[in-house]
Design a protein around this ligand. Structure first.
Ligand code: NAD
Ligand code: UGA
Length: 461
């Protein structure tokens, strides 16, 4: 794709309109980078995806997707075939062949909650070392405010001498922020139909290029400065996490008063100002983003001189939600030691194999510490779980799981768990007790099969 943009001439300082080829590089081919790369290829761009993981790149070149994401493998194969997407381990190669470079590497939590930006810095440096013409470097990874400035500084500091004159860059570049809002499990649908595309830019040229990149999607664009774009991402994830913790706090009141949190959420959600989404009470939010982004936002606030105590409480409520679920199990099982507990669902949410920060991990560890024997079944995340738990018996389906169990726990609300043969499950179990951490079932339904049923914030216990 060719576009007309403002480019500063390398000789002198005048700016003229020039045509550039809008080739795109994505550095980091994980959940976000791969989905972004495949989707941008599918809407017509030429994309090069880079990853340091050689095995991953080998698989991707063959059209094999290393993660579970609905529809991604078909779209990948289609775009490899029509030569719109390629894969490499070389940032050098990708930098040279592209004008727009998205950074989509991980930004995990440090022990103190700060975002660890080591990978981002490393990529910025490597881009600088390999630049030989104008580049737009775009932060796609979730990063704290002011990272854009630091990325720009890193690039300036690392540009080879040949691109500098009297200490100043001769080579022109822009840095922009373009946070991603896709969810795992519906990533392609979210990317292709975004509620909004946020771009944080400091030049008209960067804005023009990013508008061109997203033009085929015809999205609602929010154009702002880089710091605001970075804050929009942290604020959005933190707000959604707050909504979940709010309904989880309500669930605690419902348990003690004797009310049904599902009905409370329904009654609240019809108010358009509140909305129905993200009001599902349960065992709390997990995943690779909400916990780390809430922590990073708390740290950023601290550094800016503001104590974000509201968010600290969001985090506390989330931790308490898992702890109170474990307490409920301990109370109702009476003796946990040597009890066989069957876990239905391990992933942090349905439709993904992602186990990063899954609530199941804390819950299983707490029960194992009490001497429980854990069996588990998950439709897609058992391979990932095997890297975390070796001391679990993995089962091939819910019925093999139920065999000999003293209780079942629903920790992920997979669709296939909705219509189980409860008669068969009950017959296989030693004791018919279900702890439903995702409020997937109706108590009356399960009680009619002879189960003792415990949801989260559902009526009198
Ligand atoms: P991920 O761990 O799945 O992928 C990161 C990839 O970057 C890995 O494949 C890794 O090998 C690669 N990488 C690391 N260093 C590299 C380097 N120097 N050069 C090339 N590749 C390198 O992470 P993710 O879930 O895709 O998240 C990436 C970023 O996007 C994070 O900041 C995250 O917060 C944000 N984000 C994630 C989601 C999501 O749903 N997972 C959604 C929105 C935003
Ligand atoms: C979340 C955001 O929804 C995305 O917009 C964002 O791009 C992404 O984080 C990110 O920055 O990485 P994701 O983590 O894939 O996406 O999944 P969600 O559907 O948001 O669920 C997160 C967690 O909250 C899950 O553990 C889920 O079970 C839990 N949750 C969600 C609830 O407990 N209750 C709800 O009502 C909704």
């Amino acid at each position: 794709m060719r576009v007309q943009v403002l480019i500063k001439e390398e000789q002198g300082h005048k700016t003229t309109r020039r045509e550039i080829v809008l080739n795109i590089a994505i550095i980091g081919a994980g959940y976000v980078g791969l989905v972004t790369g495949v989707c941008l290829a599918d809407i017509g761009h030429k994309v090069t995806c880079v990853d340091v993981d050689k095995q991953k790149v080998l698989k991707l070149k063959k059209g094999i997707v290393p993660i579970y994401e609905i529809g991604l493998e078909d779209l990948l194969k289609k775009n490899i075939k029509n030569k719109r997407i390629t894969f490499t381990t070389s940032i050098k190669e990708a930098t040279k062949s592209s004008t727009v470079i998205f950074i989509a590497v991980g930004t995990p939590s440090k022990k103190n909650g700060d975002a660890d930006l080591t990978y981002v810095e490393n990529v910025a440096r490597q881009i600088a070392l390999n630049m030989d013409s104008y580049k737009l470097i775009v932060e796609k990874s979730t990063v704290p405010a002011e990272t854009g400035k630091r990325v720009a500084r890193t690039i300036s500091l690392n540009l080879p001498k040949k691109h500098k004159k009297d200490g100043k860059e001769k080579l022109d570049f822009d840095v922009a922020s373009n946070p991603e809002f896709l969810r795992e499990g519906s990533a392609i649908e979210d990317f292709m139909n975004p509620d909004r595309v946020v771009i944080g830019v400091e030049s008209k040229r960067a804005e023009e290029i990013l508008r061109e990149v997203y033009k085929p999607l015809d999205p609602h664009m929010v154009v702002t400065d880089i710091n605001s774009a970075e804050i929009i991402k942290h604020a959005s994830n933190s707000f959604l996490a707050t909504k979940i913790s709010f309904i989880n706090a309500i669930s605690q009141i419902c348990i003690h008063i004797g009310a049904d949190v599902l009905k409370v959420a329904e009654g609240m959600g019809y108010d358009k100002r509140i909305g129905k989404k993200f009001l599902n009470a349960g065992i709390g939010f997990g995943g690779s983003c909400f916990p780390k982004d809430v922590d990073a936002f708390i740290r950023l606030s601290e550094k800016s001189g503001y104590d974000f105590s509201l968010l600290k409480e969001v985090r506390n409520v989330n931790e308490n939600q898992k702890a109170s679920f474990v307490k409920l199990i301990e109370d109702k099982l009476w003796i946990v030691k040597n009890k066989v507990i069957g876990v239905l669902g391990l992933a942090f949410k349905p439709d993904t194999d992602d186990m990063r920060n899954a609530p199941s991990i804390d819950i299983i560890e707490a029960l194992q510490a009490e001497g429980a024997k854990i069996k588990a079944y998950d439709p897609v995340s058992m391979d990932n779980s095997k890297n975390i738990f070796k001391n679990i018996v993995y089962c091939e389906d819910p019925y093999a799981l139920a065999k000999g169990c003293d209780c079942l726990l629903v920790l992920t609300e997979w669709d296939e768990f909705k219509d189980l043969n409860f008669k068969r499950l009950k017959t296989a179990m030693r004791q018919p007790i279900i702890f439903d951490g995702r409020n997937l079932y109706h108590n009356k339904d399960l009680e009619s099969y002879g189960f003792e049923y415990f949801g989260v914030g559902r009526g009198v216990l």
